[in-house]
Design a protein around this ligand. Structure first.
Ligand code: DGT
Ligand code: CA
Ligand code: CA
Length: 596
């Protein structure tokens, strides 16, 4: 079994779409990228689907027709797709690298190759720096500048993967290793456990009494492309997906200390060690040791006083347990410390972080009315299955024609459908919303009367991202001052690894959000995670309320909520900071009264 088959198929399909676009082939690009979009959030492994039901079962997956199902079958059987290999070989340029630059599509890449012979990122950078690109038809100075910025941006994030891509893989590794007889526990530590938005490698920790067996197994897994190091308690491999995985075997009595150490962050650990020193203790990956005492486990002549569990380690240092998401050395240690002292009550201590179970519904969801993949009824069903009390349907509005944005009449018709569905439910509610567009001047693309007919309005920027800071800030402020606008979606507009935030005076935005009672979104989509952790913390400190939404275009994406909650936790958010922790009645009341 190959754990990463879904991720690999997704990658191949997106690239196929690009190859076909470059060659001006009709329809195929859409078919491939559409299928990739469906496979991306899937929980089932395509190989399992195939094993259980063959080609027919693959074709039942949304977005996959016979042709693509056959490609997946070929990949499962042979480990490659002939047509893809052929495209890759025949394509004269490094499409993968070039298409990774924000704003550079396959058609532009083709022009760059034909006119300037650009094949690689290096060629591209050189041409942009020497001003060769802006003379090409349909390029211009602005595009050239953007290309340069895109190159810088891609360099800064190099070698990192989104958590959304790696977490499911790490979890399946945990599960697979945990099932081995020789392993009693397996857990992914490092940045994955801290739920950082991007991840450099996978760090796995296991408890085992047969470490050589574990190492043999780990190094011979199907996904291993190369063994970097294989030792008795520690091995490192390069996975064929392009990232490394480390494994360490630790004894049971040190597991907590090892987990603490390898969860990091490094800066958090350095501060902890200083605290230990201050108390005359020694902290390392084997445990907490006192200078006195006789046992020889760990440091010479030192006695282990903690190490079996993480809680024990923190306690031995006089600290409250610090949740992994907070371990970035940004004040969490001081907060954990002070709570135990005489000034308790005067200081806040660690926040009581929001949990996934606190979430009662999702208000940023698209339906098939705006080209999403599921009907309102299907989305509601899926939300009900997650034990939510409500779902809000927030279809795109008319300015976004390419996304089938709805006009006022369509919104009215859609609302009628929601009324009909609601009449059937007992303990569940569908809320009527939209995700309207903030136009360049800060106005909204839908008439006030229609906005007033909705339960809530989300407004977001979906065009003209490259405005000057002052203008962009004014644009956003005007939208927040609109009494109908309840929520701002993905407030900073960044796409991880692809597009930087737009220029925005965030302090000003927070001030106006507070004044107007406007709610800022934490968008859970793993490529967005917008607000990010830093901004969430600033919003919380400014007393601005937030909402965690998924931006689902497919019912399976409702499950992405976990990533938004993790980001909120990294931003120190508590239940009271997040409005969709409210039950239905409370939320409706809130939505009617919060705008000032
Ligand atoms: P990544 O992989 O870049 O996303 O980030 P991490 O935090 O997973 O970093 P990684 O994989 O280099 O190391 C995993 C953990 O091991 C790290 O969070 C803390 C611990 N660690 C690694 N090297 C050191 C070190 O030199 N000193 C200390 N104190 N801890 C370290
Ligand atoms: Ca790591
Ligand atoms: Ca590592």
């Amino acid at each position: 079994m190959n754990l990463m088959i879904n991720a690999k198929i997704v990658k191949i399909f997106y690239q196929m779409a690009e190859y076909f676009t470059m060659q001006d082939v009709a329809f195929k690009p859409q078919a491939y990228s559409r299928a990739a979009r469906f496979i991306e959030p899937m929980e089932e492994d395509l190989e399992e689907v195939y094993k259980e039901g063959g080609l027919k079962a693959l074709m039942e997956v949304e977005g996959i027709g016979q042709g693509l199902a056959e490609k997946i079958e070929e990949y499962i059987k042979t480990g490659k797709i002939e047509e893809y290999e052929k495209q890759k070989k025949e394509c004269p340029v490094d499409l993968e690298a070039l298409a990774g630059i924000e704003g550079l599509g396959p058609k532009m890449i083709k022009t760059l190759y034909e006119k300037l012979g650009i094949k690689t990122l290096k060629d591209l950078e050189k041409a942009a720096k020497t001003g060769k690109i802006h003379d090409l038809p349909r390029f211009g100075k602005k595009v050239e500048q953007n290309i340069l910025r895109g190159i810088e941006f891609s360099k800064s994030g190099q070698g990192r993967f989104t958590l959304g891509m790696i977490l499911p893989i790490a979890r399946r590794f945990e599960q697979r290793l945990g099932e081995l007889d020789s392993i009693s526990q397996a857990i992914a530590a490092g940045s994955i456990r801290r739920m950082k938005e991007t991840v450099g490698d996978i760090d796995i920790l296991v408890i085992s009494n047969n470490s050589s067996k574990v190492m043999d197994y780990f190094c011979s897994m199907a996904e291993v492309e190369k063994i970097i190091a294989k030792g008795e308690t520690k091995s490192s491999v390069r996975l064929d997906l392009g990232l490394d995985a480390d494994i360490r075997v630790v004894p049971k009595e040190s597991f907590g200390a090892a987990l603490q150490y390898f969860t990091g962050s490094k800066d958090h650990n350095i501060s902890l060690r200083k605290i230990a020193q201050g108390k005359g203790l020694k902290l390392n990956e084997y445990g907490v040791f006192s200078a006195k005492g006789g046992s020889a486990s760990g440091g010479k002549g030192k006695k282990q006083i903690a190490g079996k569990t993480e809680e024990e380690v923190y306690k031995a240092l006089g600290l409250e347990y610090v949740p992994p998401e907070l371990r970035e050395n940004t004040g969490e240690i001081e907060a954990a410390f002070l709570r135990q002292r005489a000034d308790q009550g005067k200081r806040d201590g660690l926040p009581r972080l929001i949990e996934l179970e606190d979430i009662k519904g999702d208000l940023h969801c698209h339906s098939d009315w705006d080209g999403g993949e599921n009907s309102i009824s299907e989305m509601a069903q899926a939300a009900g299955n997650m034990s939510y009390q409500y779902i809000g349907i927030s279809d795109h509005t008319k300015f976004l024609r390419i996304e089938n944005g709805l006009d006022e009449k369509q919104i009215a018709r859609r609302n009628k459908e929601i009324d009909k569905l609601n009449a059937k439910f007992k303990n569940f509610r569908i809320l009527k919303g939209v995700e309207a567009n903030i136009l360049n001047d800060g106005t909204i693309d839908i008439e006030d009367e229609t906005l007033a007919s909705l339960d809530y309005v989300i407004a977001g920027i979906h065009s003209t991202f490259k405005m000057k800071k002052g203008e962009m800030t004014e644009r956003m402020i005007r939208a927040m001052k609109n009494p109908h606008v309840d929520i701002i979606s993905h407030p900073t507009g960044r796409l991880i690894g692809r597009r930087d935030e737009y220029q925005l005076d965030f302090e000003k935005i927070l001030k106006v959000a507070k004044e107007t009672g406007t709610v800022l979104e934490i968008n859970s989509y793993p490529d967005r995670l917008d607000l990010n952790d830093r901004n969430i913390r600033r919003a919380k400190e400014a007393g601005v309320r937030m909402i965690i939404n998924t931006d689902s275009h497919h019912r399976a994406q409702l499950g992405l909520m976990e990533y938004g909650v993790a980001q909120a936790r990294r931003g120190w958010a508590e239940k009271k900071d997040i409005i969709n922790t409210m039950g239905y009645e409370e939320l409706i009341k809130f939505l009617k009264t919060h705008k000032k």
